[in-house]
Design a protein around this ligand. Sequence first.
Ligand SMILES: [Zn+2]
Ligand SMILES: [Zn+2]
Length: 406
Amino acid sequence: MRRPPPETIVTGGYKCNRVRSATVPEWKRARRIENAPTQPHNKEMRKRTKLIAFLILGIIIAMTAATNIPAKPTGDYTTSPQYRDGHFRNDAPKPKGADPDAGTMWDFFFNKPKNTVPSAPVPVKMITRADLDAAPDRSVYRLGHSTLLMKLQGSWWLTDPVFSERASPFSFAGPKRFHAPPISLSELPQIRGVILSHDHYDHLDAATIKQLAQKTDLFLTPLGVGERLQRWGVPATKIQQFDWWQGTTVGGVKFTATPAQHFSGRGLRDGNKTLWSSWVIQDGDKKIFFSGDSGYFKGFAEIGKRFGPFDVTFMETGAYNTAWPYVHMQPEETVQAHIDLQGGWMVPIHNGTFDLAMHAWYEPFDRVIALGADRGVKIATPMMGESIDLNAPAAGTRWWLGMENP
Ligand SMILES: [Zn+2]
Ligand SMILES: [Zn+2]
């Protein structure tokens, strides 16, 4: 197994998801008990513990939902073709059986395979302010999950910024990062704009937005998401909200919100109250596609027809499962979507930072690399903190191969 050159990797002593016994949550302890030699009464105890844990989880989720009701939409969304009866909708209706059943949910919470989380921190190439100042235009840094830092026309742009330790409503529970952010929020330069794809915890992070509000000029969001930001203290004057196919030009860069097939919400009572989208970003002759989250749908071909070809696509590749095929793509579908878009280079994102599914954490990389080779798609896999040059993208290292897998 080859490791990336050590001088480029700083993990900052960041602690990974190792579970220490003193802080093991109840439901994880239940799993440990499961591994112990079994006796009939142990089994019964285990069942009861799981049930109690499940109930507690349900109560916590319900309580969180109650405190996460978004401010009432004030925009005139009734003119949006996506808006009906108070909710946004996808173009294609959800087929029957496209939601995870109780058994899948149970496995998701209590029977996760061990390798969904790396056994050591994911390597990070740390970024300094000096690095950013010296970076040429059209540099795109992968900061983690779906967070990208882009220098376009001399200004800095961020997609779906998440810098918190967990993608969760809680500070003490929920999916925890596999790595530290390559740069801190305080060290970031002035941000010309934040581009948001939708209101889910792994894309829209309250703590990050609150800290960015000061040093960010603009927030570009799908319809309704801006009202969430206002509730968190972002001035309305800094927010621009868009329906699909709408956009704006800022500092010579054109941004268009484009369709996606997904959903939104932070709790039990705000489902689909805000719109979700992908984004087309045009900087002169360079065209970039940012997928946000999406299932595979006809929209990719339509976006390709209207805006393609794209130089680089940043495509959701992770958190997939056959139990929820409508809202996330299998790697085969991601590569097909990239082809539909008429993409050149593809960068798989939505992976390597949070455990949000049942697949091995490194599986999205392995599968998409093999598929790219089969279908003649150029795949770039920058390390966290590494940049891509939009003028001359390169494959980069297969950095995850150097890690010990569980
Ligand atoms: Zn999502
Ligand atoms: Zn997501």
